[in-house]
Design a protein around this ligand. Structure first.
Ligand SMILES: Cc1cc2nc3c(=O)[nH]c(=O)nc-3n(C[C@H](O)[C@H](O)[C@H](O)COP(=O)(O)O)c2cc1C
Length: 519
């Protein structure tokens, strides 16, 4: 095993939560050093984007059909960003206020930043390609660089690039050593938010999976260290396009034209930082990519008529109190939610399966179930779990009944004693094909596994919202307690994220204010 993979296995083991020992963190909130959730580049030209709230968007159930692509204009681009990475509302309670966004983020400090590479569309008479940073706080863009390139000749008209990066410090501040996990789960949430928002415009999002982190960093100026106080790392690069683009598309001809130095100095996010040696170690080990994976086809179910997609996206919220008496859901709702994540979300092989703890679903016995999202893993998952599990097929394709039992208390204990895990309709652990994927694809795959889990999480939030239900991502869980319940004894399969769905209340003391005070 190479050094990078050893670092990954070590990091994963070290940052497990257990009843006797939670992963290391400061253990309290050092409010004086709380990082700013908004990044700005001081000293560069800014562009205000029009607010897209009045734009008509397709019904949510039509998002997986082929919708006619919108033209690439400032207005459509603005809609894409507002309904994915933008602010959804401001909340106010007890004298404090905070912004909530369309994409979920553990701790709400949003480690994920977004960047664009745009062909000349923003201003008339401008023939230059620009690199821009999205600023959700004022729904605007900051122009970091401008240059000429013939790169766009290789792409369908109306295409552009969108990239995501991460500032792990925003998660480290709260979660200490486990923060790398949260940062990458949040990145997955952001990715799926962008996919969904692009679908509203009939656009396709393709991750360029052979572009290295180094090249993405160069493209967005993240390698220009003197412009940053806190480290910001490259994550993903997408082509957003009206039609299909190969994920192997190369960006060399673009990189040749990118200037060496950009405008703007990144704002300092905190007065001081804690340092945890394990964080730069895992960031470095997972920054080098090995092999691109195979594409698979997508096959989504057409659902019943629903509300406008922007309403679903803007109303997605995490719920912190579930109600046992109203959380029972119908079999149809259960199937709709699970079907939305049964197929591949990022057009790649699925490595993540859902181990379900069912509490209150009509037509389903209480107990343990598993949704195997990739047939290829079925035999292996069976071999690695308790050998007295039933493996009875259910009415939903790929969903197996494993064991009848009341798993409410287990669900709560596994989720760091959080009631939301036991008081809803069901909760679940995302069980990943772990050591095999890492050994086959290298250490970078560790990040990608979290991204897949985050995408599933964002989709579950949206499905629940569209059905009038509630959901919450659960990053705090006792890893090996969950493995113990499933009978998993080694690292062939590991849970990387949990989620709960039911009916909950938003705290009525919290007031909601508009996201942006302009049209
Ligand atoms: C990766 C991840 C892990 C999370 N873990 C928990 C958790 O363990 N418990 C909890 O109550 N909320 C959890 N949340 C919900 C966040 O607290 C919530 O997303 C954040 O406060 C922003 O609120 P919003 O989702 O309503 O926008 C998690 C969210 C994400 C994305």
């Amino acid at each position: 095993m190479n050094k990078e993979l050893q670092t990954v296995f070590h990091y994963h083991e070290t940052t497990k939560h257990a009843q006797q020992r939670y992963a290391r963190s400061l253990g309290y909130m050092d409010w004086a050093s709380q990082p700013d959730p908004f990044r700005n580049y001081n000293g560069c030209e800014t562009i205000e984007l029009p607010i897209a709230l009045e734009n008509a968007t397709p019904p949510y159930h039509l998002l997986n059909t082929d919708l006619p692509p919108a033209p690439l204009l400032k207005e459509s681009l603005s809609q894409l960003l507002q309904f994915s990475m933008g602010i959804a509302a401001h909340k106010e309670s007890g004298g404090s206020s905070w912004a909530v966004r369309c994409n979920a983020s553990s701790g709400n400090l949003h480690p994920t930043e977004s960047y664009l590479v745009l062909p000349p569309i923003m201003e008339e008479q401008n023939t230059k390609t620009s690199i821009l940073h999205y600023t959700p706080q004022n729904h605007g863009l900051e122009k970091l660089s401008e240059f000429d390139t013939s790169f766009w000749d290789n792409l369908p008209k109306g295409s552009f690039l969108l990239g995501l990066s991460g500032i792990t410090w925003r998660e480290v501040w709260k979660y200490g050593e486990r923060a790398f996990r949260y940062t990458n789960l949040d990145a997955g949430h952001a990715w799926q938010s962008i996919v969904v928002s692009a679908k509203m415009l009939g656009w396709k999002v393709t991750r360029l999976d052979s572009t290295s982190d180094t090249d993405i960093g160069t493209l967005f100026g993240l390698n220009q260290k003197t412009r940053f106080f806190e480290h910001e790392h490259a994550d993903m690069l997408f082509v957003v396009s009206p039609s299909h683009v190969e994920s192997s598309l190369r960006i060399d001809s673009l990189l040749e034209n990118v200037p060496l130095s950009f405008n703007g100095i990144a704002n300092k996010l905190s007065s001081q930082m804690q340092s945890w040696d394990i964080i730069p170690a895992i960031e470095n080990a997972t920054s080098v990519m090995q092999i691109a994976q195979q594409n698979t086809t997508q096959n989504h179910m057409l659902k019943d008529a629903t509300q406008e997609s922007k309403t679903v996206v803007l109303n997605r919220r995490s719920i912190h109190i579930m109600h046992t008496d109203t959380s029972t859901i119908t079999q149809e709702e259960f199937h709709t939610i699970l079907s939305s994540v049964n197929t591949s979300l990022d057009a790649k092989e699925n490595a993540v399966h859902l181990a379900l703890m069912v509490h209150r679903v009509e037509g389903y016995k209480k107990g343990l179930y598993i949704l195997v999202r990739n047939d290829r893993d079925l035999i292996n998952v069976q071999e690695h779990m308790h050998n007295d599990f039933l493996w009875n097929k259910t009415e939903l394709n790929n969903l197996y009944f494993l064991e009848e039992k009341d798993v409410t208390m287990a669900s709560k204990s596994i989720s760091c004693s959080q009631d939301i895990a036991s008081d809803g309709a069901f909760s679940l652990g995302m069980l990943c094909n772990f050591s095999e994927q890492l050994n086959a694809h290298g250490a970078h795959r560790y990040k990608e596994l979290y991204w897949e889990c985050g995408m599933i999480g964002q989709e579950l939030y949206l499905e629940a919202t569209s059905l009038g239900l509630s959901g919450t991502g659960i990053g705090c869980f006792l890893d090996d307690m969950m493995h113990g319940m499933l009978g998993i004894k080694d690292t062939r399969f590991q849970v990387l994220y949990h989620f709960t769905i039911g009916r909950g209340n938003v705290d009525s003391r919290i007031m909601t204010k508009p996201a942006y005070n302009r049209k």
